[in-house]
Design a protein around this ligand. Structure first.
Ligand code: URA
Length: 441
């Protein structure tokens, strides 16, 4: 086989075989195929597309390029969730304990945040001592004992995806459905869970700007999952504003603790309930969404989900007293209200700008090596649909450095857009994609 011929084949819109796709992925990962040929191939995929079978073959070739977690030592069907990236997204911190409290094993491999979206591990490290460096045996033992554990993503999980993504990023070939879907699904499949629930975000702050685009991506990912024997659902959710009312590591953990006490904001809870319900449906713990929601609500009412969070934090070396005394999380030196200069209905809050505001305050990583300040962040006071009067506060910034606070203020103001006419509060959960079809709400 020659890479030249395979590029030509795709350039003419022909379908590649499994062996040809494996040749490309293995050759590129082993550095036998140079960047320039892989770039030409990616651009031909961008213009000519890939069939579902080609996309499945690409996904599995990337899965086999590195470690695949064998979760068979864990009893029962395992459920996982994945979000396509959001600002203020602390759903894993709420869903993990709720689902685990119902006896369903959640074996999660999570990432750190890079750029303006936060990572679950960074948030969890707000608990002093918390660590994701568990051995594989500890990971299995913790899940068998208490149904929930989180480890960091191993360097060797789908290494082909890492290499291909880096090239896509500099060759303008990121935004192709097959390439995005195979990239996301390769990591989820290699992480080993039986049930995968995807949170596909849609809106100004997301990869997918419109609902049609989000549906298209979701359908491909659900089909890939089922095509390789994993029960997969995709929840379509709105990203025209940050999720919940807080952005920033410790602030989000505190919001998650409040949510587990029954005091979570509606958009955050709708999202968590829907994602967690499909995890329960997928593993067979509930027979309907209604039954799943009732079960999940019971874990909040009887305190079992909050207890589970504390048990999980302690099992991974963290100080669980913070769960019971969230006032112990460090506070920032400065807090400043950001005042609206106009009257009007909030029509949009650009999530990217909010993410960048948090980054500028020191809450995110500019590079992999950056240290992050866990205490800084934003309290969102006005969400889309709220009426704001001139002089009212839109948000509160929590900062430890006056220069960073000064730099962050205009970004926050820039994130807010207003309308003179009334704006409806947006629905947060927009639809569900299963192997049987698409339901939009
Ligand atoms: N996230 C991924 O992991 N891969 C993509 O291609 C896009 C988003």
């Amino acid at each position: 086989m020659r890479m030249y011929d395979l590029i030509t084949k795709k350039k003419h819109g022909e379908t590649l075989t499994k062996e040809e796709i494996e040749f490309i992925v293995d050759g590129f990962t082993n550095e036998q195929i140079p960047d320039y040929q892989m770039s030409a191939f990616l651009m031909s995929v961008y213009f000519k597309g890939m069939s579902l079978q080609e996309t499945i073959d690409l996904t599995m070739a990337m899965v086999h390029s590195g470690d695949e977690l064998d979760l068979s030592p864990i009893e029962g069907k395992k459920a996982d969730k994945h979000s396509t990236g959001g600002v203020g997204d602390k759903t894993s911190l709420i869903i993990g304990p709720m689902v685990a409290a119902l006896g369903v094993p959640v074996a999660k491999m999570s990432g750190r945040g890079l750029g303006h979206t936060g990572g679950t591990i960074d948030k969890l490290e707000s608990f002093p001592g918390f660590s994701v460096s568990l051995s594989e045996q500890q990971f299995f033992d913790n899940i068998n004992r208490m149904k929930l554990a989180i480890i960091g993503q191993t360097a060797n999980l789908a290494p082909a995806d890492k290499k291909i993504y880096a090239l896509r990023d500099v060759t303008a070939t990121v935004d192709n459905y097959s390439l995005i879907a195979s990239s996301i699904m390769s990591k989820k499949i290699a992480a080993g869970s039986d049930v995968i629930v995807l949170d596909v975000k849609c809106g100004s702050g997301a990869f997918m700007k419109t609902i049609d685009e989000a549906v298209e991506l979701a359908k491909i990912m659900v089909n890939i999952g089922h095509g390789v024997g994993r029960t997969t659902y995709a929840v379509l959710s709105d990203m025209s504003q940050p999720l919940g009312n807080y952005v920033g590591n410790a602030l989000e953990v505190k919001e998650a603790i409040e949510a587990l006490k029954g005091n979570g904001p509606k958009d955050l809870m709708d999202s968590c309930m829907t994602l967690a319900s499909y995890m329960l449906l997928g593993v067979g713990r509930a027979a309907s969404v209604q039954e799943a929601e009732d079960l999940l609500e019971s874990t909040i009412k009887d305190g079992s989900a909050l207890n589970k969070l504390a048990e999980f934090v302690e099992a991974q070396g963290g100080d669980a007293s913070y769960v019971w005394h969230p006032e112990k999380f460090p506070k920032t030196v400065f807090c400043e209200e950001i005042i609206s200069a106009e009257d009007g209905y909030v029509s949009e809050i650009l999530t990217d700008e909010i993410g960048i505001t948090s980054l500028l305050l020191g809450g995110g990583r500019e590079t992999k090596e950056s240290e992050i300040d866990l205490s800084v962040g934003i309290r969102i006071r006005k969400k889309v649909g709220s009426y704001v009067r001139k002089g009212e506060s839109l948000a509160r910034l929590h900062a430890n450095d006056l220069d960073k606070l000064r730099a962050a203020k205009p970004r926050l103001l820039n994130a807010y857009h207003f309308s003179e006419t009334r704006i409806e509060e947006p629905k947060h959960v927009l639809g569900i994609v299963t192997k049987d079809g698409v339901t939009l709400f």
